[in-house]
Design a protein around this ligand. Structure first.
Ligand code: GAR
Length: 222
């Protein structure tokens, strides 16, 4: 009998706390997936150590030595394809991915981004929210498309910005919610409840979402 568990690959450039949250959820029995590969563009990414500790195969692919982004991304996806992954999670992967290279993965690739998209695509999201005087901030998980941080949003976690918050405090507080949000979305994918109807309709149990799901008490609600 074939293994019914979703096969998941993860890309991460940094410390990997979101990867850690996914592994912890799996270990707790709350996320029925198999992690088949962790990849990074940075040889010293903490995520690679976390993968080793969890006995997940991993690889580093440095952009050095590639003539251009497309060549790099094609090699990246070659390795991901070879892993047999069904789904790819970008968990702090800090590279832009070529739109052509990622096409075969549209609908099977999600990213976590530390803002309430469509606000603050790109970098320095916490600083920008503070500078704008926002009273609310958050994180989004979205399907990845060719548009940077622009793919259809699946789910969000919202937090209040407190008086006196600085960039670091805000980032740290939000991170705790990211660690619930990403496993919660992946859980829906593992249950085959979530689909992307191109170009931009997110469906839960076959019904289009009119707005992103919201994280409440560890769970996602309509
Ligand atoms: C997370 O805050 C994630 O949302 C962000 O990078 C951090 C990675 O932390 N991702 C992006 O900014 C993507 N545009 P981690 O390595 O501890 O998971």
């Amino acid at each position: 009998m074939s293994n019914p568990r979703l096969r998941v690959a993860v890309l991460a450039s940094g410390r990997g706390s979101n990867l850690q949250a996914l592994i912890a959820a799996r270990d707790a029995g709350a996320l029925p997936v198999d992690f088949v590969l962790v990849g990074s563009d940075k040889a010293h990414a903490g995520a690679l150590q976390l993968a080793a500790d969890a006995a997940i195969p991993s690889f580093t692919l440095s952009p050095k030595g590639f003539a251009n982004r497309l060549d790099y991304d094609l090699e990246l996806f070659r390795q991901l394809d070879a892993s047999g992954a069904d789904v790819l999670v970008l968990a702090g992967f800090m590279r832009i991915i070529d739109g052509e290279a990622l096409k075969p993965w549209v609908g099977r690739m999600i990213n976590i981004h530390p803002s309430l998209l469509p606000k603050y695509r790109g970098l320095h999201t916490h600083r920008r929210a503070l500078e704008a005087g926002d009273t609310e901030h958050g994180a989004s998980v979205h399907f990845v498309t060719a548009e940077l941080d622009g793919g259809p949003v699946i789910a969000q976690a919202r937090i209040d910005i407190r008086p006196g918050d600085d960039e670091h405090q805000l980032a740290q507080r939000l991170l705790g919610y990211e660690h619930q949000l990403l496993p919660a979305v992946l859980r829906l994918m593992a249950a085959h409840r979530l689909t992307l109807a191109p170009p931009d309709r997110v469906e839960l149990d076959g019904r289009a979402l009119s707005a992103p799901l919201q994280l409440r008490n560890d769970d996602l609600v309509d």
